[in-house]
Design a protein around this ligand. Structure first.
Ligand code: NAP
Length: 546
């Protein structure tokens, strides 16, 4: 059975209706945007391809999926009642708990009555004469609205490798982001995992617990660091509840909205002993501290980066018994933190287990999938289950999958074929009345913090337009150019820009996405917010309003 990226069949066609706003996606962005637009008295409809709310946390049900941000820094911050009545059970909550949380949010704010599930949007075309958007679902039904709000997620368009023979495999196969809703039993099974990004690492360490034989096919190792998750004690729970204002205030101040912020010192400001002690302390601390709370120059100065990379390489050598395997797990083509750092729980120790084998597919590439398993240039393998942890067509992929056309019938996919152009990641020139939540060039980091900012910015703009009796908004070309110059400037000198990853827009499985480009905003979240807030403070002069 081949892994499929298809979604369940669509429900019965609803009659075409007009709305003030159509939101695509019922993940965290779509949910919160619906809540806010209701407060403006707007008639809103959310179209969601899945059968429930949750977006990322709905689709990514793979074993071991959990937060990499501290739970209490990740949840919505906008409602005190919501903060009061939800208790996170672990410092980094597992996916089932997060999905329960998002269903709780949907219940508490009665969100589902304006949502249509099993409703994948196929096309959205701007109608110049009426200044509205016509939205067509995959089932052929058509709906129109004045405003189109994309809440499609930056990492939501999964991609499978383009191996020959994928349809021939007789066992079970899954992409991690299209995981079945029923549990998958690995007990005693022969399992393959292809991919060692943040998803692959979480999957591998979980599947290794029960699989009869787990074979990991690794193309590029990533630098991983300890998550150090634990249950939240009653005392910690009380402390968290009392500290929410301070927690969210801190998130507003840090570079990526995480609780961690870079150390003000540069790597070589301190003695080698102090450096080693500081890195030991970071390695023994939970969460992203070692990535985003490290020395200030770690992500820009190659010598500084080499010091941290060397430190983490030594840890890997200590944790993995077979030194040949340890060497395979140590990245050689990029430095620590220049790709997204997967956080792990005993990931490296997995390779000390007798039931786990690591295959370097740079040395011996996968040649094809077979009926029984797969074939590399060196050997043939038989499997019961193949797991594709092969990632996403990030940032623009979810947009590319919808036929979005703006003024003059211009296609967004074509407009962005050489790279996305936006104004603060939320508007695109030539696409009036369209707003993107977490579009390309929004600050990512701790994502819900960016979601809340984006939603509140769009809501404030629509409120302003309501007050002025305006119904059409478009980004001015000069404003887009100035913003894009800023986006380019931010990326200068970053070591991450010299590395292939989804963060530089590279995906080997997608035609036309082999060239690195500036696909995300690399400045700080406070700088991002300041730019967007300035647009509002200056009375939206960067936008053509009528
Ligand atoms: P990813 O980082 O893009 O990793 C994909 C993996 O699949 C890589 O190891 C890649 O190898 C491999 N791969 C892709 N195509 C392949 C092919 N044709 N042949 C062999 N190997 C192939 O994707 P991801 O792990 O799903 O993570 C994406 C992002 O989602 C993360 O960076 C993170 O931002 C987010 N995420 C967050 C969490 C969390 O917060 N808890 C958890 C999981 C994911 P190469 O490196 O060689 O391309």
């Amino acid at each position: 059975m081949a892994a499929s990226l298809a979604t369940p069949a669509t429900a019965a066609t609803a009659p075409a209706t007009d709305f003030d706003a159509i939101i695509i996606g019922a993940g965290m962005s779509g949910m919160y945007q619906l809540h806010r637009l209701r407060e403006l008295g707007l008639k809103v409809r959310v179209f969601e391809a899945g059968s429930g709310v949750g977006g990322t946390w709905y689709w990514n049900r793979y074993p071991g999926a959990r937060f990499d941000s501290e739970s209490y820094s990740y949840g919505f911050s906008f409602s005190q009642e919501l903060l009061d009545d939800w208790n996170w059970s672990e410092h980094f909550a597992p996916q089932p708990e997060t999905l329960r949380y998002l269903n709780h949010v949907a219940d508490r704010f009665d969100l589902r009555r304006d949502m249509q599930f099993h409703a994948r949007v196929a096309a959205a075309h701007f109608q110049a004469a009426s200044g509205t958007w016509e939205v067509t679902l995959e089932d052929g039904s058509r709906h129109s609205a004045r405003y189109l709000i994309t809440a499609v997620g930056p990492l939501s368009a999964p991609t499978l490798p383009r191996f020959t023979g994928m349809d021939d495999f007789k066992g079970q196969s899954f992409h991690t982001a299209r995981w079945p809703h029923e549990p998958v039993d690995f007990t005693g099974k022969r399992v393959a995992v292809i991919g060692t990004g943040a998803t692959g690492v979480q999957t591998i360490q979980e599947v290794a617990k029960t699989a009869g034989q787990l074979t990991v096919f690794q193309r590029t190792p990533n630098w991983c660091a300890p998550l150090l998750n634990s249950k939240i004690t009653e005392e910690e729970q009380r402390e968290i509840k009392a500290s929410y204002p301070a927690i969210f205030q801190r998130c507003q101040e840090t570079f990526g909205c995480f609780l961690h912020t870079p150390d003000p010192r540069n790597t070589f400001d301190v003695t080698p002993e102090e450096r080693e002690a500081f890195l030991e302390q970071l390695y023994a601390s939970r969460g992203f501290g070692i990535w985003v709370g490290n020395f200030s120059d770690m992500l820009t100065n190659p010598e500084a980066n080499a010091v941290v990379s060397d430190f983490v390489a030594r840890k890997i050598r200590q944790r993995v018994k077979d030194q040949a395997v340890a060497e395979l797990l140590i990245p050689k083509n990029h430095g620590f933190g220049t790709r997204r750092v997967p956080l792990e729980t005993k990931y490296y120790e997995v390779y000390n287990q007798p039931n786990v084998k690591l295959v370097d597919i740079r040395a011996t590439p996968i040649e094809r999938i077979t009926a029984q398993g797969l074939q590399t240039s060196a050997a043939e393998y038989a499997f019961d289950i193949i797991i594709y942890a092969t990632g996403f067509d990030a940032l623009t992929g979810a947009f590319d999958r919808i036929d979005i056309r703006g003024e003059g019938g211009q296609s967004l996919k074509e407009k962005w074929s050489e790279g996305a152009e936006t104004l603060v990641g939320m508007l695109a020139e030539g696409f009036p009345n369209m707003f993107m939540l977490l579009g390309p060039h929004t600050a990512l980091g701790n994502i819900p913090r960016s979601i809340e900012f984006n939603v509140e910015w769009v809501t404030a703009l629509l409120k302003h337009m309501q007050a002025q009796g305006q119904t059409r908004v478009a980004a001015r070309p000069a404003a887009v150019n100035a913003w894009m110059d800023h986006v380019m400037d931010c990326a200068k000198g970053l070591l991450a820009m010299e590395v292939d990853s989804w963060m530089t827009g590279v995906n080997s499985n997608v035609e036309g996405k082999q060239v690195r480009r500036i696909a995300r905003y690399t400045g700080s979240a406070p700088a991002y917010r300041a730019w967007a807030q300035d647009i509002a403070a200056k009375g939206y002069q960067d936008l053509a309003l009528r």
